[in-house]
Design a protein around this ligand. Structure first.
Ligand code: APR
Length: 251
């Protein structure tokens, strides 16, 4: 496999999805046995679902939190951290994943589009989202800041649910990176079905500025036809080769 054509002016924007964490043992969403096969999206990943049964939602996210805390980054995560080391501010990684494994593998230029399952925030007050590794399996966590001022409010997972807006600052950083790169942009999507927007439209934005686009995915993605180049395979195996990493560099 030929390494990516990265020159001194290339700016690389990466989008990852659940597939990049599959080799770390974390379930994806839409493949056989995926999360959405055994849970109703509306019930566990929407504000309406949380309002109707907050304990069911906290059980769902507590189980995912448990899985994430037991998981380790895989070779694909480490390869991306190495690529960031090589490119510095000519690299930006935006992920749909909420498992925090990119940061644990050493990536720092990471934008979490859909939140982080090991962070929690208040439904009501403006306190910042905070790191929370507790499993709320048989009780509902309440906001102590609200309690201190005599209000009752539940805490919620710091996850972007279906129907909720993505963080405008995150989207603006991605747009700025793409417009600054222009035709020097190399857009690389990894381990994503391309079924959820606006993430799935990033390839179109990359093409509009004259950038090149690559997809590394195990199966056929919904938006595969939009990409200039497609590499079918497991990201843990493909990425080290695609980034020209030697076997010593790959772990
Ligand atoms: N290497 C590369 N790709 C893989 C691997 C692997 N080891 N294993 C699975 N894949 C691919 C699958 O072929 C699939 O196309 O990863 C993709 C995962 O797709 P989804 O499960 O749909 O996950 P994703 O695209 O990240 O979902 C996007 O949808 O449910 C919402 O918010 C949730 O962030 C999620 C968003």
């Amino acid at each position: 496999m030929h390494p990516l054509p990265i020159t001194d002016s290339t700016r690389v924007l990466v989008l990852t999805g659940a597939g990049v964490s599959a080799e770390s043992g974390i379930a994806t969403f839409r493949a056989g046995g995926g999360l959405w096969e055994s849970h109703s999206v509306e019930e566990v990943a929407s504000m309406a679902g949380f309002q109707s049964d907050p304990q069911l939602v906290w059980n769902f996210y507590s189980e995912r939190r448990r899985g994430v805390l037991a998981a380790e980054p895989n070779a694909g995560h480490y390869a991306l951290a190495k690529l960031e080391e090589r490119l510095g501010d000519r690299f930006l990684l935006t992920t749909q994943n909420v498992d925090g494994l990119h940061s644990r593998a050493g990536s720092s230029r990471v934008l979490e589009l859909h939140g982080n399952v090991c962070m929690t925030r208040c439904l009501v007050c403006a306190r910042a989202p905070f790191s929370d590794e507790a499993l709320h399996l048989d009780s509902l966590p309440a906001c102590e800041v609200c309690e201190a001022s005599g209000r009752d409010s539940l805490l919620r997972p710091h996850i972007v649910w279906f129907g909720e807006a993505l963080d405008g600052q995150v989207l603006a950083r991605i747009d700025d990176f793409i417009s600054e790169a222009g035709a020097d942009l190399l857009f690389l999507a990894i381990g994503t079905q391309g079924a959820v927007y606006p993430a799935a439209s990033l390839v179109d934005v990359a093409r509009r500025v004259g950038g090149s686009s690559y997809l590394v995915n195990l199966d056929e993605a919904d938006n595969a036809s939009q990409f200039d180049h497609i590499v079918r395979g497991k990201s843990g195996e493909v990425l080290p080769q695609l980034f020209g990493l030697s076997s010593e560099q790959s772990n």
